[in-house]
Design a protein around this ligand. Structure first.
Ligand code: ADP
Length: 511
């Protein structure tokens, strides 16, 4: 330990207590040549006060003092938790057996008598001061070692609880407080079963048996926080060493890891897989059905019929393709494999290009598509990702707007005053940045107020939209891609009247 903890080296301190100046002078003269700090007190109260202040290694205490004599001083020292360990050498008259006995009763460690024998006095002081310094150093070392271990346990990254052999909580590290929200003061001294709900009580015997058998128990439990909320926890319980002749461990160490996020991502993954398989199967089933029919009935069908069936296959294959693209995009977003390459992009230009590509879809439904606003909307972004955002929003507008509906797309440059409060960052306000804004307006089905807050969630689809195909991924991708561009999206919608989706991306301004 010494190599890690450098303890300060200091001289031993001796407190000399005597009401008579001559007595103090004598002791000073005898001890001055020793390597000591000498501190003096002329009465009992002063002695107690200086003992507190200097924490001496030895107190040389005269018995005969007015008001508070040496016995009483010694008694008070022994009953003070800060002072009770300080060694006391009482100064008595030679052969004063009664005083020595009383001294022992009130807790004196040793005696010297007047007139002083110089050698004896020095030897006794040296020995006692040395022993006391060793004790103090050891206490300090233990304290440092304890702080050191606590720091390690706090840095562990796992919530740790230590109990005694009855299961009573003795110690918790900081993470118990920070991550699973059980402050030490609220659980110290309680039984460890309060860490979980009744599923823990039912496993209690099993855990105890394993740990008592000297093994480590591992398993999932439902943990309870101080506010009563629950979380999924992975519990590891291990035995502490056995001491003395006890057949049982002296307690156990419990490590609790909050695995709620892990569980949640597992649940999402399962849901994802089941949704995706469903969405993939449906168009495949339709394609298989049409090709089977085509195969069996080929000769009996006229050209128009065959063309129509081929067209249907094409349409479903395209849907399948779009779906697979969305799934891959979501997977790239999740695994952070998405490209962060940025370049200059004119948002107005690429939006016009994407709209042109989708016009045939709108024309099939006799929809009127208009585009207006500035020709130049420079942003710093990823061309492909920005095109994907625009494509998803326009496809939705076409999909969810009935025949003969209207779709409009408007480009604007907005200053900080005209954007929603929650998008404003101090940096933006300071630099008076501007935003590239595109507003997609349609006269479609609109979205009801209950569904509106959820439409950007993965796989969320509005119940009433079952006629229109979709996996519920488009808008979630839009939002995530916008976030990667420090952008935002808002939506205003009135059922049966239409919707306005507005995207905001920081405008690329000349330096
Ligand atoms: P998908 O279109 O594949 O269902 P999205 O994530 O793109 O998935 O959209 C989620 C839901 O939001 C859709 O199911 C639809 O109900 C609703 N929605 C999206 N865009 C519009 C729109 N322009 N008009 C009406 N409803 C819309």
């Amino acid at each position: 330990m010494n190599s890690v903890f450098n303890l300060p080296s200091e001289k031993s301190t001796i407190l000399i207590v005597d009401d008579e100046p001559a007595g103090r002078d004598t002791l000073e003269a005898l001890l001055i040549t020793g390597n000591y700090n000498l501190v003096f007190a002329g009465n009992g109260p002063e002695a107690l006060q200086k003992a507190k202040k200097y924490q001496p290694d030895v107190i040389l205490l005269d018995i005969m003092m007015p008001d508070m004599d040496g016995f009483e001083v010694c008694q008070q020292l022994r009953s003070d938790p800060d002072l009770f360990e300080i060694p006391v050498i009482m100064v008595t008259a030679l052969d004063d057996r009664d005083s020595r006995l009383r001294g022992l009763e009130v807790g004196a460690n040793d005696f010297v008598s007047k007139p002083f024998d110089r050698v004896e006095l020095r030897t006794r002081i040296r020995t006692i001061a040395y022993l006391n310094r060793q004790r103090r150093l050891r206490t300090m070392e233990l304290q440092i070692e304890r702080d050191f271990n606590r720091a390690i346990l706090d840095a562990l990254g796992e919530a740790l609880v230590v109990t005694d052999q009855h299961g009573t909580i003795q110690y918790v590290n900081r993470l118990v407080n920070d991550s699973i929200e059980l402050p030490e003061k609220s659980i110290a001294g309680k039984n460890w079963l309060i860490l979980g709900d009744n599923t823990l009580s039912s496993k209690h015997q099993e855990v105890k048996k394993t740990v008592w058998g000297g093994e480590t128990w591992r398993g999932e439990i439902t943990g309870i926080r101080q506010d009563g909320t629950t979380y999924d926890a992975m519990l590891t319980a291990a035995p502490l060493p056995k001491y003395y002749s006890s057949p049982e461990p002296s307690g156990f160490v419990l490590i609790l890891r909050d695995i709620t996020p892990l569980k949640e991502s597992e649940r999402l993954k399962d849901q994802f897989v089941s949704n995706v398989s469903h969405e993939l199967k449906t168009p495949l089933a339709v394609i298989t059905l049409i090709t089977d029919n085509l195969d069996m009935l080929y000769n009996r069908l006229d050209d128009d019929k065959r063309k129509k069936m081929l067209g249907d296959i094409q349409k479903h294959t395209e849907n399948l393709n779009t779906l697979i693209d969305s799934i891959l995009e979501v997977s790239r977003l999740d695994s952070k494999r998405i490209s962060l390459e940025r370049e200059y992009v004119n948002l107005a230009l690429i939006t016009r290009e994407e709209i042109d590509k989708l016009l045939p879809l709108a024309h099939q439904k006799n929809q009127d598509v208009t585009v207006s606003g500035t020709q130049s909307l420079p942003v710093w972004g990823h061309d492909g990702q920005l095109r994907q955002i625009i494509r998803n929003l326009i496809t939705n507008a076409i999909k969810y707007t009935p025949e003969y509906g209207k779709i409009d797309c408007t480009f604007v440059i907005e200053t900080e005053e005209n954007i929603p409060e929650s998008f404003k960052s101090p940096e933006f306000i300071r630099t008076k940045k501007k935003w590239a804004v595109i507003r997609f307006t349609d006269t479609g089905s609109g979205i009801d107020a209950t569904s509106l807050p959820h439409i950007f969630e993965r796989f969320y689809r509005v119940d009433t939209q079952n006629r229109v195909r979709g996996a519920g991924l488009g808008l979630s991708i839009v939002r995530e891609l916008l976030t990667l561009h420090n952008g935002h999206i808002t939506v205003d919608s009135v059922p049966d009247r239409g919707s306005i989706f507005t995207i905001y991306i920081p405008l690329l301004q000349e330096a």
